[in-house]
Design a protein around this ligand. Structure first.
Ligand SMILES: [Zn+2]
Length: 58
């Protein structure tokens, strides 16, 4: 298993490594059911806010 910073095409949670049914909605559902991942996602999103004027795509 190679580590990758480009997880847009990886059907895995980048925080806990759990399998996702899909990279978009599946991830949203995943963090909705995993508060720990949600917190990490919020923290991660804060770091890219400057690069994404309209928020999370999709
Ligand atoms: Zn997760």
């Amino acid at each position: 298993m190679a580590a990758s910073s480009n997880w847009a095409d990886v059907y895995q949670c980048p925080f806990c490594g759990g399998d996702l049914p899909s990279p978009g909605r599946g991830f949203v559902d995943h963090i909705d059911q995993n508060p720990d991942c949600d917190e990490e996602f919020e923290a991660w999103r804060d770091t890219i806010t400057d690069d994404v004027p309209h928020g999370w795509p999709g």
